[in-house]
Design a protein around this ligand. Structure first.
Ligand SMILES: [Zn+2]
Length: 354
């Protein structure tokens, strides 16, 4: 059974024998050591594995000003989707290297804070599971009930931990990892005027998709105008990009989505702008090009051939770099009240009327 604890102390980096079982955590801790003190780290929670406790790290890079705009990057929510964590670690490595010499990046990070939680579910990743150590799907674990959920059981269920997409016991608090992520995000939302989040997953379809709320209902998020302005900015800046931008409910509607939960809570309390995005890397593309991947559970969610793995890490750098620059310049492209109506109409035409 996984239990957890939270800590805001700077951690003594954990030393346990896991390099072969969890190389992503070893790399993450190497980057923490190499990046300090510019890279600030803390243990958000510890979760118990058979061989000891594993840390869930929260990292910060850039501005210490609480009112700075924030780019929030998350990965490893589903333990089997290692590529999401690997993508963020590659990006962090690049940022740390470039910070040594890139004057424009140094200046940018005086204005912006990057907050990372690159490996939310270390026990799931050690075991090669989608769920956490308690058998709970963290992306079905928030206290949000979908309208017209479907299809079952992908939408989330309470039958038992033996079936994937388990939401957890009704009425229980969220799992340690889910709670840690929500606390991390809400700390930032409390003071940041603009927050853009990207949660990295893999495993859906032949295209790379960027999803946004809602997951649990057929409704556009209230910031559809702002989101449309961001999409248009990206599409005009990078017309040959590979992504499909769409609300997640176009494909299926799920209970307990953490980003729906965080977005709805933020909407109730704040006037600032929060745009939570999910990158769904289209893993069927890797499977199609290498059918042997079908025979391995890991292969359904991760590129196994080295050159394809490297290509995947390269492929999304454009998006990550764009998002960082868009956060820095948020006041320059966020639509004014007059332009909001225009973007709202365009968003409704493109993604469906609320
Ligand atoms: Zn996932």
């Amino acid at each position: 059974m996984t239990t957890g604890s939270s800590s805001s102390d700077h951690p003594p980096l954990s030393r346990h024998d896991r390099p072969s079982r969890l190389p992503e955590l070893c790399l993450l801790e190497r980057l923490i050591r190499r990046g300090a003190p510019a890279l600030r780290s803390r243990v958000l929670a510890r979760v118990e594995d058979k061989e000891g406790w594993l840390p869930v790290y929260g990292l910060e890079l850039g501005s210490l000003n609480p009112t700075a705009p924030v780019l929030l990057l998350c990965g490893g929510v589903h333990g089997i989707e290692r590529i999401g964590t690997q993508l963020l670690l590659a990006q962090l490595d690049t940022l740390l290297q470039r910070l040594r010499w890139d004057l424009s990046l140094q200046q940018l990070l005086q204005q912006v804070r990057i907050v990372l939680c690159p490996l939310l579910n270390p026990v799931g990743m050690v075991r090669g599971w989608r769920c956490n150590g308690n058998g709970v799907d963290l992306m079905r674990n928030a206290p949000v009930t979908a309208e017209q959920p479907g299809p079952w059981p992908v939408s989330g269920h309470r039958l038992g931990r033996w079936l994937p997409w388990y939401r957890g016991e009704p009425g229980q608090p969220m799992e340690t990892e889910a709670q840690a992520l929500c606390t991390l995000v809400e700390e930032q939302l409390a003071t940041a005027p603009f927050t853009l989040a990207l949660d990295c997953h893999s495993g859906f379809g032949l295209r790379d998709r960027v999803w946004f709320p809602y997951s649990g209902r057929r409704q556009l998020l209230e910031h559809a105008a702002e989101l449309h302005a961001l999409c248009r900015l990206f599409e005009r800046s990078h017309p040959h990009h590979p992504y499909l931008f769409e609300p997640q409910h176009h494909h299926y509607r799920t209970h307990g989505d953490l980003w729906d939960h965080l977005y709805q809570r933020h909407r109730q309390h704040q006037d600032s702008v929060f745009l939570p995005l999910t990158l769904e890397m289209g893993s069927w593309l890797w499977v199609k090009k290498n059918l042997r991947q079908v025979t391995s559970y890991t292969g359904l969610f991760n590129p196994l051939v080295p050159h394809r793995h490297q290509r995947t890490l390269r492929r999304h750098q454009l998006l990550l770099d764009f998002l960082l620059r868009a956060v820095n310049a948020w006041q320059h492209w966020l639509p004014t009240e007059a332009h909001r109506r225009h973007h709202q109409r365009r968003a409704e035409r493109r993604w469906g009327t609320p």
